[in-house]
Design a protein around this ligand. Sequence first.
Ligand code: FAD
Length: 456
Amino acid sequence: MIDYDVLVVGAGSGNMLPAHLDGLRVAVIERGPFGGTCLNRGCVPSKMLVYAADVAQTVRAARRYGVDAELRAVDWPAIRDRVFGRTDESARAGFEWRKRSGVDVYTGEARFVGPKVLAVDGKELRAERMILAAGSRPSIPEVPGIDDVARHTTDTIMRVDARPASMVILGGGYIAAEMSHIFGAFGTEITIVERTAKLLSTLDDDIASRFTERCEQRFDVRVAAEVTRVEPAGRGVAVRVEDGRRSEVVQAETLLVATGRTPNSDLLDVEAGGIATHDDGRVITDDTFATNVPGVYAIGDLANETQLKHLANAQMQIAVHNVFHPDDPPRRARFPVLPAAVFADPQIATAGPSERELREQGRSFDVAIRDYADTAFGWAAEDTTGFVKLIADPETRHLISAHIIGPQAAILIQPLVQAISLGNTVEQLARDVLYIHPAPAEVVAQTLLALPAPRD
Ligand SMILES: Cc1cc2nc3c(=O)[nH]c(=O)nc-3n(C[C@H](O)[C@H](O)[C@H](O)COP(=O)(O)OP(=O)(O)OC[C@H]3O[C@@H](n4cnc5c(N)ncnc54)[C@H](O)[C@@H]3O)c2cc1C
């Protein structure tokens, strides 16, 4: 048994340890490359690929602006190697740096074998204080035949040797949205199969509807449809899709499963450590990120319902403080709103509840929608489908939420996230702030002005 003061499982967000360890004996356990999902198979490679996809789409659309350009070819190995040449090196450098940082590094898979005791690489490690940051993995739905076909998840699809000529994507969430944009822009024929009536169905209905319409123009989109069987077919797959009216087999070179992610609490056997989980396997924590076992904290995808890197990072900062300064008053999560973006085409950004959620809560609200097309930037971009939707509290005049679909949505939403978080009123934002002309932000200014005036 080797004793430590602090043990950390997972070197994704879990690797954000303090520079000064105050003489504590600390170890990090990581079974894969340093940097976790985000760096190696998530946010970073996907966004680097999205950038290249956007370039391809811009060339395709060039004629619309009077520019004579032609997309002659897409060099997939070069695109892939630009991405992973950088991220793999960053993961390697992170690992090397961590080993030299005064922290012990174990490279195996950790499992609880008792309260506060982990087994890894044939050794047992014990610590009174732990941070569990073991993340999540793609979940595979129970579809007949799914184990008999060569299938991809986001763990593998971005590193394939040859770009597939055709792909069926199972699922219509943000990963399906981004992957369809990436591979579609590079020339892959895409079919998306989604169980609910719209793509991105957890978002505001107006946003989800517009996004679904736009995708239907680019891809074969099957919504309110179910994959009922998959089988090998030649060098690819045959996917049976049923939508209540018809049953059809779609053939493709590749099947990408993008139906959600499962927390890694089972692999870590948190139960053996006495750690309580929700029914779906997420570790239960409070707002200090403490689990039910005193001294043991959990952050990131292992615990979160909404799996986002900026959330995991912010949680890790709080957990680190609480673990390394147990005698201080605990820091607590205070995130008034959780922003998120979908880096597809069109781009989407959202912060705060959807209109549907507010109705379900019985909450009163004002809403305004303005199109990019009504601004000079919208004319410049020839945008005909983007819009900003803002929702405000009629009594307090505070913004409740913002939903944007269109160019640079992730940038446009950031000041609104600040406004929601800091409690600015609509009047402050609309009248006390200048918006640069003719920047994309003008559509935000116009939407603020379109919200109903205060009632007397
Ligand atoms: C394709 C894709 C795109 C994404 N894009 C975005 C985006 O644009 N923006 C955004 O905010 N989020 C995005 N995400 C989500 C984001 O990647 C995750 O929310 C984030 O990486 C979670 O961080 P984490 O530290 O909780 O887990 P991870 O980064 O997964 O880290 C967990 C680590 O623990 C290790 N581990 C697990 N079990 C054990 C064990 N038993 N023993 C030892 N080590 C173990 C794993 O190997 C892993 O390295 C994306 C995800 C995917 C899949």
